[in-house]
Design a protein around this ligand. Structure first.
Ligand SMILES: [Zn+2]
Length: 370
């Protein structure tokens, strides 16, 4: 091993130890709180007549990719709309490349039914439609108001254990929770989703009510649903390092953490790093991922990232029609591409990527020590 690789390897390991890893006890405490609230909210939504399938835990925590704090959970809330007929429609080319679709209601068996009160789930679905298309925005708002009502009720209960707030107006349905004597914080993102399989779609995927990126802002975007492969991703990520006790997830976690400390890298979503890893694993199957190769593989991922940015093309490993970089605007892509080209050329990984200027919100302020 060249000495520069050796020192990069130890810098990566130190960075991982100091900045990336979550304390096990913190994770356990946060999970207990989340599980308790999850059960309570599920029961509440069922009571309102919302056609819920069981919540599913998704995202970084359940893929072993969460970094720094045990404070964010993603809960998938799949709705069962299988008693209506739906057509999955393209919107335009930009939307297709970004993975967004529209769901058009065909026949609605419940057209005549009306909800008991305006605060309950409306079985006729007309309340959630825009020109015959299911509106992701309206569904999200409905859940926001259901959660608000649940939280109002929770606050009035005899002895509320936690301080709860529903974040208003954001793109997601988010619950902020303060718990424990040291007032720790956690947030749970509730993601409304629709399972396409039970409604007879020629795909086993799922669409989620995630707001479209800026490139898709404008008319009619309220009815756009993002096709999600979170179930497949969770399965892949959970197995990915098993056979060889590899450092694949470690690399992604380090990149995700760099992204939080480094404003240049902050332009990229965590999802980009995970997708780069999946691409490299597929393109170069024979590569050695043991802990000895940490520095080499880390550089490989950066180089692959750079070349994808250069061509603005990172195909989804689950659907080759989707380009994960399609949502990024060109100037942003150019900036980060130029930056990475410099880092790779100078081999200044430690100085530029693993060293924080100390001005980021993770390195200063009270939350940094939590
Ligand atoms: Zn920092």
């Amino acid at each position: 091993m060249a000495s520069s690789q050796k020192s990069l390897k130890s810098a990566l390991n130190n960075f991982n130890k100091d900045k990336v890893e979550i304390k096990k006890d913190d994770m356990t405490a946060a999970t207990i709180v989340m599980e308790e609230l999850k059960k309570d909210i599920f029961r509440y939504l069922k009571g309102l007549g919302v056609p819920m399938r069981p919540f599913e835990l998704m995202g970084s925590v359940y893929e072993g990719l969460k970094v720094i704090f045990a404070n964010e959970f993603d809960l998938l809330m799949p709705l069962d709309l299988s008693d209506c007929e739906w057509d999955l429609e393209n919107f335009n080319e930009v939307a297709t490349k970004a993975g967004y679709w529209r769901l058009k209601l065909g026949r609605n068996k419940h057209a005549a039914e009306v909800p008991v009160s305006k605060n309950e789930w409306c079985k006729s679905l007309s309340k959630y439609l825009d020109n015959g298309y299911l509106s992701a925005v309206k569904i999200r708002r409905a859940f926001q108001s259901f959660l608000q009502k649940w939280s109002d009720q929770y606050k009035k209960s005899a002895a509320p254990k936690y301080e709860i707030n529903v974040r208003q107006g954001g793109p997601a349905v988010t619950l902020n929770v303060v718990y424990g004597s040291d007032r720790r914080e956690l947030c749970i993102d509730f993601v409304p989703a629709i399972d396409l399989r039970p409604i007879g779609m020629p795909t086993n995927a799922l669409v989620v009510a995630k707001p479209p990126p800026k490139v898709l802002r404008g008319a009619d975007v309220e009815s756009l649903w993002l096709q999600s492969y979170c179930r497949e991703e969770k399965e892949r990520m959970n197995k990915i390092d098993q056979a060889d006790n590899g450092c694949r997830k470690k690399c992604v976690k380090i990149l995700k953490t760099i992204r939080l400390h480094n404003s240049q890298m902050g332009v990229l979503s965590s999802y980009v790093f995970k997708s780069i890893l999946l691409k490299v694993c597929k393109d170069r199957k024979a590569e050695h991922w043991g802990s000895d190769s940490l520095a080499d593989r880390f550089i490989d991922l950066l180089k692959e990232l750079h070349s994808c940015l250069k061509t603005k093309n990172l195909p989804s490993q689950f659907n080759s029609k989707v380009n994960i970089l399609a949502s990024l605007e060109d100037p942003a892509i150019r900036n980060i591409e130029t930056y990475l080209a410099k880092v790779i050329h100078k081999e200044s990984y430690v100085n530029d990527l693993l060293t924080c200027s100390g001005t980021c919100k993770y390195c200063k302020g009270p939350s940094a020590k939590k």
